[in-house]
Design a binder for this molecule. Structure first.
Ligand code: FAD
Ligand code: AMP
Length: 475
């Protein structure tokens, strides 16, 4: 007889585990099945985000930013820090320890909430039955009133450069390197490529980023992208645009990457190549042929606005469905689905999802870019405030970058906020809240911001949108 649950969640990443916890909070009987296996063979909840994505990358970015600041900023503070040395093994041990405690935390949260956590692989059969294959190969079956699919994503492999996990590596490999490569090639100048490139550049590698598009950070506001390109160049991160990678060959402990740019065929030699060209939805062995759940042409599980798959009481959330591949987007969808299952109201505001790139300076935005507003023919106003004019930023030796606020000329509604500078990922929260509450530029102008703080730059950018900034010249 199959075990019966109100809700079975397949996948315990940042989309699946919040769905499971919220469903349990709603008084439902819940199981969450997760197939994650670490390189040492160990099991863990948390998915890509906790094990091989957001958290380990931020741990290394933090460590290496401290190193970079010691090397480049301490002298300005009058602190002599000669002989700063790196012990990569300690740095990596810290990263692994953070991951271990965070993933272990999910198991504790499950226990406290009454969620049955199961390590193994789930497969949706017809009639909302879920087959579970445990890591030792034993099979069992669960029956569910509702199933939530949260199987996540996997790194995209380039056909011409299959991963060998030694020379041609993915983002997970790149987080766990035991030695600093002399020369590193990063394919893809997106969020993951820039973060990983920054980590290893700061640790001393010579890093070349090859990006197929002609525009740098095409997804971001181009004024922000221009400033980011300048800052990265200053840090020695070499970014080659319009560089389409065509192949790679490993020999004698090095790898030669072939690519084509406007001037013709090129070659680049490196110790390692990180392929960071995006991620694809992961649905391998997830669906029995008669499950009824459909994939779209790009392999995402087809869902409507409310994450319904079209099969009664089968839902899908996170990276395996359309929308930005971000942990917080998946979490919101997971919680919303669990509330819908319990008959409660839920809404995910897809128009107000913040994006953050955790480089130094950080890059963060929410809402529309200036180029999107132009393309849509929206009448907008723009206010820009440089961190160089913010006292706290200067005190922090963090005068690089700016806040840019875009608002409707007709209604004053905030349409987008774009930040490049220290703590941009934290500062964007205020802009996100403002947009969620449909605030106007005037609302931000009339909100008192503590002095001196970085957040004052957002206040001043709102004032600058009406040419009323106090601490910078209105142009
Ligand atoms: P996942 O986290 O991929 O989790 C899915 C889980 O389901 C996995 O544990 C998987 O093993 C399991 N699973 C799959 N199939 C089955 C099955 N059949 N049965 C049982 N279990 C199954 N996002 C951010 O928002 N901020 C960041 O800073 C950030 N940094 C990143 C850095 C890197 C290097 C990478 C690679 C990603 C980063 N991301 C970041 C993206 C983020 O990790 C993903 O958006 C997020 O993990 C998606 O959550 P998810 O739950 O949908 O999928
Ligand atoms: P993201 O989607 O943020 O992970 O970024 C992936 C980046 O990789 C995008 O900017 C793509 O343009 C880039 N990209 C994809 N394929 C290639 C390729 N073959 N060579 C170089 N860059 C690529």
């Amino acid at each position: 007889m199959a075990d019966a649950f109100d809700v079975v969640v397949i996948g315990g990443g940042p989309a699946g585990y919040p769905a499971a916890i919220r469903a349990a909070q709603n008084g439902l009987k819940v199981a969450c099945i997760d197939a994650w296996k670490n390189r040492d063979g160990g099991t863990a909840f948390g998915g890509t985000c906790l094990n091989a994505g957001c958290i380990p990358s931020k741990a290394l970015l933090e460590s290496t930013e401290l190193l970079h600041r010691a090397q480049t900023e301490f002298a300005a503070h009058g602190i002599a820090a000669s002989g700063v040395a790196v012990d990569l093994a300690v740095m990596q041990k810290r990263r692994a320890g953070i991951v271990r405690s965070m993933t272990g935390g999910i198991a504790s949260l499950f226990k406290a909430a009454g969620v049955t956590g199961i390590f193994g692989r789930g497969r949706l059969l017809a009639g909302r039955r879920v087959e579970v294959t445990s890591h030792d190969g034993a099979k069992s079956e669960l029956a569910a009133r509702h199933v939530v699919l949260a199987s996540g994503s996997a790194p995209t492999e380039l056909k011409s450069l299959p991963f060998d996990h030694q020379y041609i590596i993915d983002s997970w490999d790149a987080l766990e390197l035991a030695a600093v490569p002399n020369k590193l090639c990063v394919i893809g100048g997106g969020v993951i490529g820039l973060e990983l490139g920054s980590v290893w550049r700061r640790l001393g590698a010579e890093v070349v980023v090859l990006e197929a598009l002609e525009d740098f950070l095409a997804i971001a506001d181009q004024q922000l992208a221009g400033e980011a390109a300048r800052q990265f160049k200053r840090q020695g991160l070499e970014i080659r645009l319009g560089a389409k990678v065509t192949g790679a060959a490993a020999a004698n402990g090095a790898v030669t990457v072939s690519y084509a740019d406007r001037t013709g065929a090129q070659r680049l030699s490196a110790d390692k190549v990180i392929v960071a060209v995006g991620r694809r939805p992961y649905t391998t062995n997830l669906l029995a042929p008669d499950s009824g759940v459909a994939l779209d042409e790009r392999g995402f599980i087809r869902v409507d606005e409310q994450c319904r798959t079209g099969v009664e009481n089968v839902w899908a959330v996170g990276d395996c469905v359309r929308g930005p591949m971000l942990a917080h987007k998946g979490k919101e969808e997971g919680m919303a689905v669990a509330d819908r299952i319990a008959g409660r109201y839920a809404h995910v505001n897809y128009a107000v999802i913040p994006s953050v790139i955790y480089t130094a300076p950080e890059i963060a935005w929410v809402g529309q870019t200036e180029q999107q507003l132009k393309a849509a023919g929206t009448d907008y106003k723009s206010g820009v405030f440089p961190f160089a004019a913010a006292g706290r930023a200067r005190a922090m030796e963090a005068g690089a970058g700016f806040v840019k606020l875009l608002a409707s000329r007709a209604t004053d509604a905030i349409l987008g906020v774009h930040i490049i500078g220290a703590m941009a990922g934290e500062l964007i929260a205020e802009a996100t809240l403002a947009m969620e509450f449909q605030a106007s530029a005037e609302d931000l102008q009339r909100t008192i911001h503590a002095h001196p703080t970085l957040a004052e730059a957002l206040h001043e950018a709102a004032l600058a949108a009406d040419r009323r900034a106090i601490d910078s010249i209105n142009r």
